[in-house]
Unconditional design. Structure first.
Length: 216
């Protein structure tokens, strides 16, 4: 039985009004729908609250994650893909269609380090690719009991990669939470907006995506 595809409405705002501070503190965010319907289908432990918001204007798609977590894990030995991959982070995946051939991924940690790549079916990742530098802007902040990742993606780049169709963007929204198990070992809990209904954690499947609808 097929799941009903989840939808999130992205409200529109006046152009060039939202300033990305990394704190999600613009009054314009009050006009956004709060998405907090996240789950971890493969882990019985209760997960801390995750909030996602998005807005758009004629130039950019804005996003803001607020993650309520007082114990943040970040690997800071360098700024490599491996370090970001072993840190608490939020993730956005975009696809032109359900074939996932290709799809585009950005994974952002609490220091606003971005691991972006183009991907193809069966977890075929190309880390030599990155989102055009001038088309992605990200800032972050860490508080005593939460962190915020806030950013903007140019509408032009989304159109360039055929990611806006009939004012809809097929999107996966995810979070990786690393918790200490024993000694110096950390294990991830995988958190998702859409339950992909897979036996083991897997965001890289068609069933992990929902839809962002750009409202007028």
């Amino acid at each position: 039985m097929n799941q009903e595809i989840k939808n999130y409405d992205v409200n529109s705002i006046a152009t060039n009004q939202l300033i990305i501070s990394g704190k999600g503190d613009s009054d314009l965010w009050k006009t956004a729908v709060v998405l907090d319907d996240f789950c971890s289908p493969w882990d019985p432990k209760m997960i801390s609250r995750t909030e996602f918001k998005a807005l758009w204007d004629s130039v950019q798609l804005f996003f803001c994650f607020t993650v309520y977590d007082a114990e943040i894990h970040i690997e800071e030995k360098d700024d490599s893909i491996d370090s970001i991959n072993n840190s608490d982070r939020v993730e956005l995946f975009f696809r032109p269609d359900s074939s996932l051939n290709p799809y585009y991924c950005m994974e952002i940690d609490t220091k606003a380090r971005v691991m972006d790549f183009i991907a193809y079916p069966d977890k075929n990742f190309n880390f030599d690719w990155s989102w055009p530098k001038d088309d992605l802007f990200v800032k972050s902040s860490v508080n005593s009991n939460s962190f915020v990742v806030e950013g903007a993606i140019s509408i032009g780049s989304l159109k360039q990669f055929n990611l806006i169709n009939n004012n809809q963007i097929e999107t996966g929204i995810f979070r990786a939470k690393y918790s200490k198990t024993d000694g110096s070992n950390y294990e991830p809990t995988w958190i998702t907006w859409v339950n992909p209904v897979t036996e083991t954690p897997n965001f890289h499947v068609s069933s992990a995506f929902g839809i962002l609808t750009l409202k007028d």
